[in-house]
Design a binder for this molecule. Structure first.
Ligand SMILES: *[C@@H]1O[C@H](CO)[C@@H](O)[C@H](O)[C@H]1NC(C)=O
Ligand SMILES: *[C@@H]1O[C@H](CO)[C@@H](O)[C@H](O)[C@H]1NC(C)=O
Ligand SMILES: *[C@@H]1O[C@H](CO)[C@@H](O)[C@H](O)[C@H]1NC(C)=O
Ligand SMILES: *[C@@H]1O[C@H](CO)[C@@H](O)[C@H](O)[C@H]1NC(C)=O
Ligand SMILES: *[C@@H]1O[C@H](CO)[C@@H](O)[C@H](O)[C@H]1NC(C)=O
Ligand SMILES: *[C@@H]1O[C@H](CO)[C@@H](O)[C@H](O)[C@H]1NC(C)=O
Ligand SMILES: *[C@@H]1O[C@H](CO)[C@@H](O)[C@H](O)[C@H]1NC(C)=O
Ligand SMILES: *[C@@H]1O[C@H](CO)[C@@H](O)[C@H](O)[C@H]1NC(C)=O
Ligand SMILES: *[C@@H]1O[C@H](CO)[C@@H](O)[C@H](O)[C@H]1NC(C)=O
Ligand SMILES: *[C@@H]1O[C@H](CO)[C@@H](O)[C@H](O)[C@H]1NC(C)=O
Ligand SMILES: *[C@@H]1O[C@H](CO)[C@@H](O)[C@H](O)[C@H]1NC(C)=O
Ligand SMILES: *[C@@H]1O[C@H](CO)[C@@H](O)[C@H](O)[C@H]1NC(C)=O
Length: 817
């Protein structure tokens, strides 16, 4: 168990007038997996100090053994060796780690047993419990050094308290990064750097460049400006040969023994030799050494300016309080529930921690785009749209309209300057595309809900249209011999002529077909406003999934599934509908079986119901995917402990528990989804079922707790059942959406959360859904949704089922269905 730190920071008198929601946040949720003490299968979350969407996420980098039970993606592991303390991290991501640089490491010894070029000679265990709260982190290293961290948007503050009588050194390691020890093809690698210490040596400047990682990106160069609060007695820059074995395309001495550093005076430069560089600083008298470090993608000068302007104080408490104030103001106070003594503290922890984790990435990098000049904002670390589009963007739309508009402008500017919207992007580099071009869905969701502001929708439409029309350059990715993983839709060579993605000419045919269908629906929705003449074309293509519907495919007594179909029109009849194998890049379906993907057609649920044989059969099949011990596949980290076909821990199935709304049996959606939330989400270090995926899982839980669920690319929200009797949500900057639940009682009896009736803005509501602009524009202007809850499993909705705005009938296999 890790501890929350509620006491380390005294709430200032100014902030005391508002509620300190931050102290409900448990920053360790997701830091541990199912094997106690290990990160494997956990949330892969960042644990450390940061502000909302901060460029700097300051935290530990660790190496946890055995490495097969670890995951270094967020830097933090529960009990791994500390290899450094670095300023940039992702949060919640699977795949090859990204970032973990630039780094410092405090050392009590740099004698002959320590090789500054070999982290294994100085890495540290930790003693006692780590402590974290919003904006603050503390650990005790085995060497006796206490480390405290806080951060501002572009700078980090480190306090190192050395044990009395010890040596006091700080290593600045510019060749440090988070490696991917279990897989080489998408590991990062160091490509060069430079470091210089300055008169009296209390400052250092320079840069480090690291390439690769999950996006398989080109080198990211980060400029660094560090300062210690007192001049060291000694400072020495050093360099050494680069022997990291995976430094492909750059100069390394593969498998060479790790050399000793060569000390080079006040500066060290890697030059064309790609040498590793760093510096070590030594003090003889002080006990506490403070360091503040600014970073920039643009220049050392800018890094220094951030350090000076954002961290004008050396106080870790003040810096943490400033971060915490920002989190309270810009994030937590957007969703206000009762926080009095009577409130359920577990729910407060789940709600505010979830809000925290969904605001860590992407990273806001306005003014930090090294690639092109533009007046548009810049963001990075969309990791990935495949995760974010499901429902997270829809919550940002409501509670972060300014940030969200800025993100969308940045995305469109990437298209303008690089040619494609990203599906994943980190380190200023597009990649990897898991299925469709899901930025289309993101843009469409914003568009249909009326987000305009400073967004140039002419270009926004051009961007999604290009995804739909232009086959991207083939990037020779080692894991997919058939198509680009960098950006765009690699299977347009099938999709355009055939209307589906074939299983013989392309990988991931099932999941790509399903995703491209929604993508083209998304394009049609933006076209409707921006280029009405195009809308029909993309609308028609959005029915492509029906061409992959095999009416004869049977599994577990259910008939009719999306199946892998060959270019010649025949189906892969022996394909295993409940088992997608590795379910990976080169398989026929990605991270989900044909059984699951057959439900993932949010734009035309009506047609899915028809193809599954009508409402009764649809309901039976839906019931079946929630039965225990039905899963035919081991999804490993992506399906931890889940034995149902439905895998609520992974994005494709996020919406499936809510599909009962389309049968006007909303009570079953409420029951299933709440059950899943109760079974898999906890206020503990392992309290999230697998990678948090940039906060996508956390956000799923927030919608669940609010009692609504968005149908992305459409203005529809499904009505479910809230977990709080009163919630005030600030939408559209300064309007209040109030969600109330009368009769909520779901304590020990697990009852009293079924909906008996709903009123929206004092109007009795007979449908289990509403639209963004309904009831006088409730999601823009604010208003009130009142749920009347009780213990009866009641069919209260008498109105129309939720719409299927992409509805069309494509003849399926000449069957007349
Ligand atoms: C990791 O490997 C060890 C053997 O070296 C094995 O005992 C353990 O079960 C493995 N853990 C996982 C999660 O595979
Ligand atoms: C630590 O050293 C090992 C062995 O040289 C290397 O593989 C790894 O990338 C280094 N860095 C970290 C942060 O673990
Ligand atoms: C270096 O330190 C000395 C003594 O503290 C001080 O007098 C001098 O101004 C410093 N030089 C620079 C360039 O900061
Ligand atoms: C480095 O060592 C590994 C493991 O011993 C071996 O598989 C690999 O071929 C070696 N690479 C080179 C370039 O010698
Ligand atoms: C330690 O020594 C440095 C350099 O000699 C000096 O600037 C600093 O003030 C001293 N600190 C303390 C705590 O004595
Ligand atoms: C929500 O806002 C209303 C109106 O201002 C207020 O009466 C109520 O106490 C608020 N509820 C919460 C939980 O903040
Ligand atoms: C949108 O951007 C394009 C250039 O990319 C420009 O020609 C057009 O005028 C812009 N539209 C608006 C409304 O600003
Ligand atoms: C399928 O139906 C048959 C006949 O009703 C039944 O015996 C069998 O158990 C069913 N299989 C499954 C997986 O439900
Ligand atoms: C269709 O293509 C598949 C995959 O290449 C092949 O196995 C099958 O025999 C072909 N069927 C016909 C009728 O051509
Ligand atoms: C499909 O995979 C499941 C799970 O591995 C297995 O039990 C089943 O026998 C397979 N079905 C077919 C038709 O191969
Ligand atoms: C609400 O916010 C918008 C956008 O920030 C601003 O233009 C408007 O003046 C605000 N209205 C009020 C009443 O504060
Ligand atoms: C508080 O909420 C948690 C999570 O929903 C729930 O498990 C627990 O039963 C609730 N406690 C009470 C006393 O209602």
């Amino acid at each position: 168990m890790r501890m929350l730190d509620a006491s380390a920071i005294i709430v200032s008198s100014v902030a005391a007038q508002t509620i300190d929601f931050a102290h409900f946040v448990n920053p360790f949720i997701g830091s541990e997996g199912a094997i106690p003490g290990y990160a494997y299968g956990g949330g892969d979350v960042f644990v450390g100090a940061t502000v909302p969407f901060g460029m700097v996420k300051l935290g530990l980098d660790t190496y946890e053994e055995p490495i097969n039970q670890s995951a270094l993606n967020g830097g933090y592991t529960p009990q791994g060796y500390v290899t450094g303390i670095s300023l940039m991290h992702e949060s919640g991501t699977g795949g090859g780690p990204k970032y973990g640089f630039p780094a410092e490491m405090p050392l009590t010894s740099i004698d002959d047993d320590v090789n500054l070029l070999d982290n294994r000679t100085y890495w540290q265990t930790r003693v006692g419990e780590d402590v974290a709260s919003v904006g603050y982190f503390r650990t005790h290293l085995g060497s006796g050094i206490k480390v405290e961290l806080s951060a501002s948007r572009h700078a980090g503050l480190h306090h190192y308290t050395f044990p009395a009588g010890s040596e006091k050194n700080v290593l600045v390691d510019f060749s440090h990064y988070l490696p991917h020890p279990t897989r080489s093809w998408d590991t990062q690698f160091y490509t060069g750097g430079e470091i210089e210490t300055h008169p009296n040596s209390s400052t250092y400047t320079g840069h480090t460049s690291v390439a690769g990682g999950w996006s398989l990106g080109s080198p990211v160069t980060v400029y660094v400006c560090g300062e210690f609060d007192q001049p060291p007695n000694e400072a020495q820059a050093f360099k050494g040969r680069n022997t990291f074995p995976t430094s492909r395309h750059f100069r390394t001495f593969d498998n060479g023994t790790i050399p000793r550093p060569t000390f080079t005076g006040s500066s060290a430069k890697s030059g064309p030799m790609n040498d590793r560089v760093g510096a070590v600083f030594t003090w003889s008298n002080a006990t506490v050494i403070k360091s503040r470090v600014g970073i920039s993608f643009m220049s050392v000068e800018k890094a220094c300016a951030y350090k000076n302007s954002e961290l004008s104080s050396w106080s870790v408490d003040k810096t943490a309080q400033t971060a915490r104030d920002e989190w309270n103001r810009d994030v937590f106070s957007k969703i206000r529930v009762d926080t009095s003594e009577a409130a359920n503290k577990t729910r407060l922890a789940l709600l505010y921690s979830s809000l925290y984790f969904m605001h860590l990435i992407p990273s806001e990098r306005v003014g930090e785009n090294p690639l092109w000049k533009s007046d548009e904002p810049y963001w990075d670390d969309f990791y990935t749209m495949w995760d974010l589009f499901r429902n997270q963007v829809s919550l940002w739309h409501l509670i972060q309209p300014t940030y969200y508009e800025s993100m969308i402008r940045a995305l469109i500017d990437m298209f303008r300057n690089e040619g494609y919207l990203p599906d994943g992007r980190s380190g200023n580099y597009n990649g990897l595309v898991q299925g469709g071009s899901n930025a289309d869905n993101v843009l469409a969701d914003a568009y249909v809900k009326g987000l305009r502001g400073g967004i140039n929708w002419t270009d926004g439409y051009a961007a999604v249209k290009k995804n739909a029309d232009v086959l991207p350059f083939f990037d020779q990715n080692p894991v997919d011999p058939q198509g680009s993983l960098k950006e765009g839709r690699s299977a347009l060579d099938d999709w355009i002529p055939l209307g589906y993605v074939s299983a013989d000419r392309n990988t991931r045919a099932v999941s790509k077909t399903v995703e491209y269908s929604l993508n083209d629906f998304a394009v049609s929705q933006i076209a409707a406003g921006e280029a009405p003449g195009d809308s029909d074309l993309y609308f028609r293509k959005s029915g492509g999934w029906q061409l992959s519907w095999d009416i004869r495919a049977t599994s577990r007594n259910f008939t009719g599934f999306v199946m892998p179909r060959y270019a010649n029109g025949t189906f892969h009849e022996t394909y295993n509908i409940t088992n997608c194998g590795d379910c990976n890049w080169s398989d026929e379906s990605y991270e989900g079986t044909a059984f699951e993907y057959s439900f993932v057609i949010p734009h035309d649920v009506e047609r899915v119901i028809e193809l599954m044989g009508g409402a009764h059969h649809f309901e039976q099949r839906l019931d079946y995917v929630f039965q225990p011990n039905t899963s035919g596949v081991d999804l490993g980290v992506n399906g931890l402990g889940i034995t149902t076909i439905n895998n609520v821990a992974n994005e494709p199935d996020f919406g499936t528990p809510y599909l009962y709304n389309y049968l006007n049996k909303q009570w079953k959606s409420v029951e299933r989804s709440r059950q899943l939330a109760n079974d898999f989400y906890f206020n503990t270090s392992s309290g999230i079922p697998g990678n948090s995926d940039a906060g996508a899982l956390n956000c799923w839980l927030i919608w669940q707790m609010l009692g609504i669920y968005p149908i992305v690319t459409t203005p529809v929200y499904l009505l479910e059942s809230p977990w709080f009797s009163d919630v005030n949500i600030t939408v559209n900057d300064n309007h209040t959406l109030r969600i109330r639940a009368e009769g909520l009682d779901d304590g020990d009896g697990e009852q009293g959360y079924y909906v008996q009736g709903v009123r929206i803005n004092d109007q009795e509501w007979n449908k289990n859904w509403f639209e963004h602009e309904d009831a006088g524009g409730i999601m823009k202007e604010g208003g009130e949704i009142l749920f009347r809850l009780g213990s009866e499993q009641k069919v209260w909705e008498t109105g129309d089922v939720p719409p299927s705005p992409g509805h069309q009938v494509v003849d399926v296999g000449g069957s007349g269905i």
